[in-house]
Design a protein. Structure first.
Length: 184
């Protein structure tokens, strides 16, 4: 299977899983504390969706820096790593605000808009661009590699989503993991 088709299938599996998870949670469930101390289920879900939302923002950077000598993105990543404290604060604040502002239905609609944007972007990637890459601020997210290609950027939100799945607290767990068949 070609790169685009594999990524498209993985994104679709994550989309199905995200909606199944969201549909399994009541508004009360969303307000409950998650398995991640200090965060509610809604905040974790928004943070999980945010992993997808950054792809359309980062892809142009990868395309840009991927055409330059590596030292430029390495310097950029080092500068961003110095701002890790501020990033962590903004990341947490954004998730907390997003978890309060977005109802389940509103988050589902935002996820769909993001999913469609990623698919449009995916369609624009030429075969010779998949190995374009850049250095990333490794202190911002454990799922970021030191150097990531465009292909790895498109798979990042899926691994980020899967990583956080276990942090959702449910009385009646029913989560479809990306790539797992719905067994009813």
């Amino acid at each position: 299977m070609a790169v685009k088709e594999t990524i498209r299938a993985d994104l679709e599996a994550a989309r199905v899983s995200f909606h199944a998870l969201l549909d399994s949670l009541s508004e009360d469930d969303l307000r409950k504390k998650s398995n991640n101390p200090g965060w509610t289920n809604a905040e974790i879900l928004f943070h999980m969706a945010l992993g997808f939302m950054i792809v359309p923002r980062l892809a142009p950077l990868v395309r840009f820096f991927g055409r330059l000598p590596d030292r430029y993105s390495k310097i950029f990543a080092q500068i961003l790593n110095r701002g890790t404290g501020l990033f962590n604060w903004v990341n947490a604040l954004g998730a907390r605000m997003g978890g309060k502002v977005y109802t389940g239905r509103r988050l589902a609609r935002q996820y769909e808009r993001t999913h469609q944007a990623i698919l449009r972007l995916l369609g624009s990637i030429r075969e010779d661009e998949w190995e374009l890459g850049m250095y990333y601020p490794t202190r911002w997210d454990a799922e970021f590699g030191e150097y990531m290609t465009l292909k790895e950027l498109f798979t990042f939100p899926i691994s980020h989503y899967t990583f956080h799945l276990g942090q959702i607290k449910q009385d009646h767990p029913w989560i479809i993991h990306p790539g797992q068949e719905d067994e009813g």
